[in-house]
Design a protein around this ligand. Structure first.
Ligand SMILES: [Zn+2]
Ligand SMILES: [Zn+2]
Length: 166
């Protein structure tokens, strides 16, 4: 059985998550974001494509460097005795900034992830491997990812696109 993926941030869902019909989300935050997805179906594909390519070919918003710009998720977990908390954060940036965030996430999880039972011992390696996987295999530089398409749709749907296509 394939690992279910969050319909909003595309992270793999290992445990729990929020379910709504066909859609699954890793947590309430993603679920809220996912509520927009329904409204986004109305946006014409052309509008989305234009907006996506604009982000993809534009400069990195974090370092100002050259693209391609795409979604790079970084993952972290911290634990304290019986408490563990893990998050996955999608970041829109160039690959260099993406790797920086993933390295940071891996080191953070390596240092702070383990010290809780039972989830620390499970999630520390999971989050570290997710980061390493992201570092090893970035998105296709020639084509915007489905995640970036999704984010562009959200930006248009919420009116937060930096420069709306008329
Ligand atoms: Zn998610
Ligand atoms: Zn950058």
């Amino acid at each position: 059985m394939p690992m279910p993926k969050c319909s909003y941030c595309s992270s793999m869902i290992l445990f729990g998550g929020v379910r709504e019909g066909e859609l699954r989300f890793c947590n309430a935050e993603c679920h809220e974001g996912g509520a927009l997805i329904a409204g986004m179906r109305e946006i014409p594909e052309d509008t989305v494509r234009q907006a996506v390519w604009k982000i993809h070919q534009g400069p990195c918003l974090l370092c100002g460097g050259q693209g391609p710009v795409d979604v790079h998720a970084s993952h972290r977990v911290w634990s304290a005795l019986v408490v563990s908390s893990w998050t996955s954060k999608p970041q829109i940036s160039c690959r260099r900034c993406g790797i920086k965030a993933q390295l940071g996430g891996a080191l953070f999880s390596l240092g702070l992830g383990w010290w809780g039972l039972p989830w620390g011992l499970v999630m520390a390696p999971v989050q570290i491997v997710r980061n390493l996987w992201g570092i090893a295999k970035g998105p296709d530089p020639l084509e915007p990812s489905e995640e970036l398409n999704q984010i562009a749709r959200i930006q248009i749907a919420t009116g937060t696109a930096t420069d709306q296509v008329p």
